[in-house]
Design a protein around this ligand. Structure first.
Ligand SMILES: *Cc1c(COP(=O)(O)O)cnc(C)c1O
Length: 358
């Protein structure tokens, strides 16, 4: 069977050269005589892979010297707990509620201290991101948490909030898709299964001065300082996941790095939105100003037509276009690994479907 274009929000499509390299080395990696999956995480052969992967990530994101990068488990969701456990020194934090994951992060934060939701678009079904210029931040917050790209609703922050507290960012569905000025953040975390590699892995980038402040009750595995000191290896990390992430980083470098990806991603998103803005059948659901470049959400306005579209598209090799269960409609997730060709095919298919159904 041929490979399909997979528009899944995550786990999502990986770049073909990454899969091919993993396949080629699956049984024997280099001259080690074994698969990466069979290596001790403490062996030289594996720590070489690990060190290169971290170095490539630092390189790709131009991570400054005063930051650390580690690979954790438990996905982005575990960081919803780890963030307050590591940073809530005064047990106060600000959150911006711009989507489902942002909401879940704030709810989890409440277990550990006083959470102030300083802005929210929840009442409007998250069709936009609150205007960061109008927000009044708490003067004594330990951090401000944002979800920079809202995977389910297809919106993104176009501007970063200017709070005195360190900015903590869930970048799961946008990391490495556009240039981020890491120095503007206290911490960035991202589940890997969208823009990096296989699931079961979470990248954490944290400014060094924010380490060592964890609550006494913070489980050791969730303690960022412990993870940094042990180089992600307090216990056995997701060795295979880190390896495939490393292959993705090398692939990204071959593509010209994050800057080059950002250009392509803008182009891909524009192709879809341009079509949607002029369509007689489909309409985009996110407010124009806040449209995501990674998750494009749209509807026909008729649930039966939506379902017929998703089904017909799958038949044409364009799969996983169904919107999240909480919003319905459609969502095309077009992360780094989705080639321009896949988006062209999707637009052509939508045109054809429109011609027969509008
Ligand atoms: C997918 C996603 C999550 C959840 O990630 P897990 O790795 O499943 O925990 C959290 N935040 C955002 C923005 C996401 O897109």
């Amino acid at each position: 069977m041929d490979r399909v274009y997979n528009f899944s929000p995550g786990p999502s499509q990986l770049a073909l050269p990454v899969l091919e390299k993993a396949q080629k080395d699956l049984l024997v990696y280099g001259d080690t005589g074994m698969s990466v999956m069979e290596m001790s995480h403490r062996s030289k052969m594996y720590t070489d892979i690990y060190d290169r992967t971290v170095a490539d990530l630092k390189d790709l994101m131009a991570i400054p010297e005063d930051y650390e990068a580690v690979f954790l488990q438990g996905g982005a969701t575990q960081q919803f707990s780890a963030v307050p456990l590591n940073l809530m020194v005064n047990q106060k934090a600000d959150y911006i509620d711009s989507g489902n994951f942002a909401h879940l992060a704030a709810e989890e934060g409440k277990r550990y201290g006083e959470v102030t939701v300083v802005a929210s678009s929840r009442e409007d079904n998250y069709t936009y991101v609150p205007d960061v210029k109008k927000i009044k931040f708490s003067p004594d917050a330990d951090y401000l948490h944002i979800t920079q790209n809202n995977t389910i609703y297809g919106t993104r922050f176009t501007e970063l909030p200017q709070s005195a507290a360190p900015l903590v960012c869930d970048a799961s569905s946008m990391i490495l898709s556009e240039v981020m000025d890491v120095s503007k953040y206290g911490a960035i975390y991202a589940g890997a299964q969208k823009n990096i590699g296989p699931s079961g892995l979470c990248v954490l980038i944290v400014r060094k001065d924010l380490l060592g402040k964890a609550m006494k009750i913070c489980p050791k595995l969730l303690n960022w300082q412990v993870q940094v000191e042990k180089g992600s290896m307090y216990n056995t990390p997701n060795t295979w996941g880190i390896y495939v992430a490393g292959l993705t980083f090398q692939w990204l470098k071959e593509q010209g790095g994050v800057e080059a990806m950002e250009k392509i991603n803008i182009e891909k998103a524009a192709m879809l939105y341009d079509f949607l803005d002029n369509s007689r059948l489909f309409r985009p659901t996110a407010q124009k100003e806040y449209r995501s470049r990674m998750n494009v959400t749209f509807v026909t306005g008729d649930a039966d037509k939506d379902a017929a579209f998703v089904k017909a598209a799958a038949g044409a090799g364009l799969v996983n276009l169904k919107g999240h269960r909480t919003v319905g409609g459609m969502r095309a997730s077009i992360y780094n690994a989705m080639p321009v060709e896949g988006v062209k095919k999707l637009v052509a298919f939508m045109k054809d479907f429109e011609a027969h159904n509008a």
